[in-house]
Design a protein around this ligand. Structure first.
Ligand code: 5GP
Ligand code: MN
Length: 331
């Protein structure tokens, strides 16, 4: 945990005219929620603000207030580079390693602009001048709430900001059921609800958006692709590019899939392997003490949190799974 003096943040914000907000590759609810909440806050503070993503994000997040002005590095590279070079500060949200930005990471690495980290992932890198970092926070959105409150601006949190913050807290806690949830989580939620947001509407906007194909892909993965190693408490699924195409895969369609085997009694470690653009993208989840951040870092060039992490592999899907099986037998 490192929370630098709020006086330093106040100084940085008051001396910056233009601020960019950058979040991680394949942005999720917490990445977009935290970025857009901070966007609305800094706009109220009179700043010129840009939200930048390294690549696109799922349709079910595109209702978030402020979505229309998000810049995508993959499709607007030149514009993004100009915006970053003209920024007085760059807030990096929901990640702490340039690796998580893919190609955009190279741009940030060489940029002389002052950087801030607001994040809750393990082992932050040291590229920032200011940190608002806490691995015990349930989400980066929780930290955005704390940040605005620490700035003395809790009263500025309006319905738009609240919707963004609520979304990230909801998605990063599996709808308020992970061990990261505590009394503080619910106190923040209570404060957000007072702005007039309607939780059932946000839940529906995010979760009740499956296409028929996505539902069929879920059924297929659970029926045909789930492997359960009952004696080890491990379950995993894998999907080839061909299988994904068969179900007209859209970004976000496998979101949450990795968690399903936890509903089987005794399962404490789940993995999902997916073929994507020539590499294997892996999601790891655990219940209890098994540290998947360590596991992903040690074996699959990844990282994340103790109970939720990701990584990648450049060998074939089959070889990746064989590696995985070998590693779990020694972990
Ligand atoms: P997901 O499995 O949903 O992609 O990611 C789970 C968690 O692990 C997220 O908090 C995400 O930021 C982190 N994560 C996913 N992939 C990677 C990766 O390749 N490297 C690192 N350091 N973290 C990752
Ligand atoms: Mn997060």
């Amino acid at each position: 945990m490192r929370r630098d003096s709020i006086r330093d943040f106040k100084k940085l914000v008051s001396t910056s005219k233009t601020i960019s907000i950058v979040t991680h590759w394949s942005p999720d609810g917490d990445a977009m929620g935290s970025s857009l909440a901070l966007y609305h806050y800094l706009k109220i503070k009179g700043k010129q603000v840009h939200v930048i993503v390294p690549n696109s994000y799922p349709e079910f997040l595109k209702w978030l207030p402020g979505d229309k002005q998000v810049l995508n590095f993959q499709t607007q590279e030149k514009k993004v580079k100009t915006v970053l070079s003209k920024s007085d500060a760059i807030f990096t949200l929901d990640f702490n390693s340039f690796q998580r930005l893919e190609k955009l990471g190279e741009v940030l690495k060489t940029s002389p602009v002052k950087k801030v980290i607001i994040d809750h992932h393990q082992q932050p890198e040291d590229y920032a001048s200011l940190y608002f970092h806490d691995v015990n926070a349930c989400s980066t959105c929780e930290l955005i709430f704390d940040f605005i409150e620490s700035m003395g601006d809790k009263k500025l949190i309006d319905k738009k900001m609240a919707a963004c913050i609520y979304t990230g807290m909801m998605t990063d806690t599996g709808s308020f059921r992970y061990p990261s949830v505590n009394a503080r989580t619910h106190e923040i939620i209570a404060a957000l609800l007072k702005t007039g947001i309607v939780p059932s509407e946000i839940h529906s906007a995010v979760y009740d958006t499956y296409s028929y194909n996505r539902m069929k892909l879920l059924g297929y993965a659970l029926t045909n692709k789930m492997v359960v190693l009952e004696d080890k408490g491990v379950a995993y699924m894998s999907l080839t590019e061909k299988e994904l195409q068969q179900f007209h895969y859209q970004k976000g369609d496998t979101e949450g899939l990795v968690n399903y085997p936890f509903s089987i009694k005794g399962i404490t470690f789940c993995a999902l392997f997916m073929e994507s653009e020539g590499i294997i993208k892996i999601s790891f989840r655990s219940k209890g003490k098994m540290d998947v951040n360590k596991f992903a870092r040690a074996y699959f060039s990844g990282g994340g949190h103790i109970n939720a992490a990701g990584g990648k592999s450049t060998v074939s899907l089959k070889a990746t799974i064989d590696d995985f099986l070998r590693y779990i037998s020694v972990s």
